[in-house]
Each structure stands twice: as structure tokens, then as C-alpha cells.
Design a protein around this ligand. Structure first.
Ligand code: PLP
Ligand code: COI
Length: 341
């Protein structure tokens, strides 16, 4: 199969329209069979539930080309499971988990020419999403929904940022203690945009959000979980009901323990503690592991000893091991890679 003529090595994290996408509609209480289509445009009634009350959720995962030239998905069943949780929280009919995986596989296969080659540094980003389509005007869930999957080849999320990131502690809250922070709903991202633009305006790459109730504990950033490495080489990450259960973070904790022999902790982390840590990184499908060099809290700087020039040593080992597994250079734990073709 001939690959598209794309400058893979210089891709940023943007949308490039590919050949086919998957669509299935929910009507009269049931999902239809679903099809692959070339039609990239969605036409909706002016009062569709998604347009009026933001009834929309999404997922994000990647397909990689391995060293031995297979196209693989990384733990897609965890995305299927999380999307079901997101759907239930927003009163939407979940797209069945086995069909979610089947739809992702079909879409990736149909766009195999857009999957970046091994060694290019790029991957195929997969975006499943689900939204309310029929007219609603009183506040209530829609009765009809559409589930779609499109793909787009991507490079690094923080383009031009081979260097560690700088974060600021946000004065805005991301998620209420019993709100929607733990699901992947579009609304969580809509309300983060103002804070993100403000952070960029002040020269920061991203916001670090604290817990909304006490503003003392570290939560996550707008699009990634956060991990820290202590000076005695423990890998620790916040435990909170209001952060997204990141597939990458869960995988990294396993990798830290089982591949690198490091101790791991998932627990509440007071912002006060952060100054004592040796390394920091953001983790997610898009972010992979992006090193953080400093966090600024209202002018007060926390600079990690790993510095502003390179990844910390343990962060680098975590990055190499995780990407090694994803690209088939290291043996994956059983069930982590699903071969598409
Ligand atoms: N946190 C937020 C708010 C995100 O948007 C993402 C991206 O998906 C993550 C964390 C990382 O999750 P995952 O590793 O499953 O991609
Ligand atoms: C992802 O990592 O998949 C994300 O969804 C992060 C961002 C692009 C929203």
C-alpha cells in the first residue's frame, strides 16, 4: 500500500482530512449498522442537542506503525470503556464497546495510507465522538445521536517544544468535585479555552489546575494528566475523582513498576509538595510525555532540577519504554497492542 505524500517528520497536531470516516446513527432506541463514508461534513438541525446544550463526548487514541511494519492500536478497549462512562454521565446511549473497537479498526484500515511510517516520529490520531442530533429546546437529552470516527496524521502536540514546558497555576477551575472532570466531554474543553488563551498570552504553554474545592491539590492540565518523579526516584501522580483517567498515565505507572522497577504512588498531591520533586511531565495520547521545566504560581517559580533544556532522566526512561512498547521495539504486556493490519 502506497503511503500519502506527507512530510511526516514536520507534522504538527492539526487536522488533515483523510479518505474515509465511520458513521452510525441512533434512532428509535437503536444504533444502525454503521458505514464508512467519504463525506466529512456533518449537517444538523439548527436546534440539535449538541448545538444547544453541548451534548457531545469524544475519545482520543493513536495508531502506530511498528518496527516490523504492522499498524497497531494501543489499548483501545480502555477508550471504549471510558467513552461508555462519558456517555452515561451525559445521558447519551453508549455506542457498544465491541462496535467501538470495530469502528476504529475499520476507519484506520480504510486510511492506512495516512498512517505515518515507522520512525517518522508521527502517528495516526483517532477521534471517536458522539453527539445529540435531533432538535431539543427544553433542557433535556436528545433522542437521536450520531457516533463518528475520523483519523488524522499528527506530530507532537507541543510543536517546536523539544524543550520542557512552563505551566502556570490557573485561577480558573477545570472541574467541580462532583462535576464532569473525569469524563471526556466537549464542555470540559470549551470552558478551558479562555484559561488556555490567557496562559499563552502570559507566555506559558498550559495551565495547571488545582482541585476546585480547596485549591491546594494538584489535578491536571487542560489536555493531559501530570506525573512527578521524587528525588528518591518514585513516580507519583495525583489521585482525584475529578481528573480524566488517562490511558497513558495508567500505562506509565505499570511501565514504571514492571519494566523499570520503580516505586509508584497514586495519591493526593498538595501543591506545596511540588517544590520538592525532581522531575515533572504531562502525559496523554496527544502529549505522550512532555517534560515540564517549571510551574509558576502567581509569580512564585517552582523550577525542577531537570531544568529547561531536556527531559529528566526518569521521564526519558518512561518515554523510551512506553514508545518502545507502542512501536514494537519492546515486548508489550499481553493485550496492550491490537494489530489492525
Ligand atoms: N486529561 C485530559 C484533560 C485529556 O484531555 C487527556 C487526553 O486525552 C488526558 C488527560 C490524557 O488521557 P489519555 O492518556 O487517555 O489520552
Ligand atoms: C488526547 O490526548 O487524546 C486529547 O484528547 C488531548 C487533547 C487533544 C484534547
Amino acid at each position: 500500500m502506497e503511503k500519502k505524500n506527507i512530510d511526516w517528520a514536520n507534522l504538527g497536531f492539526g487536522y488533515i482530512q483523510t479518505g474515509k470516516r465511520y458513521v452510525s446513527n441512533f434512532k428509535n432506541g437503536a444504533w444502525d449498522d454503521g458505514v464508512l463514508t467519504e463525506e466529512a461534513t456533518v449537517t444538523l438541525n439548527e436546534s440539535a442537542g449538541v448545538l444547544q446544550y453541548a451534548q457531545t463526548i469524544f475519545e482520543g487514541l493513536k495508531a502506530y506503525t511498528t518496527q516490523d511494519n504492522h499498524i497497531v492500536l494501543f489499548r483501545p478497549e480502555l477508550n471504549a470503556e471510558r467513552m461508555e462512562a462519558s456517555a452515561k454521565r451525559l445521558e447519551m446511549p453508549p455506542f457498544p464497546q465491541d462496535r467501538f473497537i470495530e469502528a476504529v479498526v475499520l476507519t484506520v484500515r480504510a486510511n492506512a495510507a495516512f498512517v505515518p511510517p515507522y520512525g517518522s516520529g508521527a502517528a495516526l490520531y483517532i477521534r471517536p465522538y458522539l453527539f445529540g442530533t435531533n432538535p431539543v429546546i427544553g433542557v433535556k437529552p436528545a433522542d437521536e445521536y450520531q457516533f463518528r470516527v475520523f483519523v488524522t496524521p499528527v506530530g507532537p502536540y507541543f510543536k517546536g517544544k523539544a524543550r520542557p514546558l512552563s505551566l502556570r497555576v490557573s485561577d480558573f477551575d477545570r472541574a467541580a468535585p462532583n462535576g464532569t472532570g473525569h469524563i471526556k466531554a466537549g464542555l470540559n474543553y470549551a470552558m478551558s479555552l479562555h484559561a488556555l488563551m490567557a496562559a499563552h498570552h502570559e507566555g506559558y504553554d498550559e495551565n495547571l489546575y488545582l482541585d476546585a474545592a480547596t485549591r491546594t491539590k494538584v489535578e491536571e492540565t487542560g489536555g493531559a494528566n501530570i506525573i512527578f518523579v521524587t528525588k528518591d526516584r518514585r513516580v507519583i501522580t495525583p489521585k482525584s475523582k475529578s481528573i480524566l483517567p488517562s490511558v497513558t498515565r495508567r500505562s506509565l505507572l505499570y511501565v514504571a513498576k514492571e519494566y523499570l522497577g520503580l516505586e509508584t504512588e497514586e495519591r493526593e498531591i498538595a501543591f506545596e509538595e511540588v517544590q520538592d520533586f525532581a522531575e515533572c511531565g504531562l502525559c496523554g495520547t496527544a502529549a505522550v510525555i512532555s517534560p515540564v521545566g517549571k510551574i509558576v504560581n502567581h509569580g512564585e517559580e517552582v523550577c525542577f532540577p531537570s531544568g529547561m533544556d531536556k527531559m529528566g532522566a526518569i521521564t526519558q526512561q518512561l518515554y523510551d519504554t512506553l514508545t518502545g512498547i507502542q512501536m514494537g521495539r519492546l515486548e508489550a504486556p499481553k493485550g496492550w497492542l491490537k494489530i489492525v493490519e
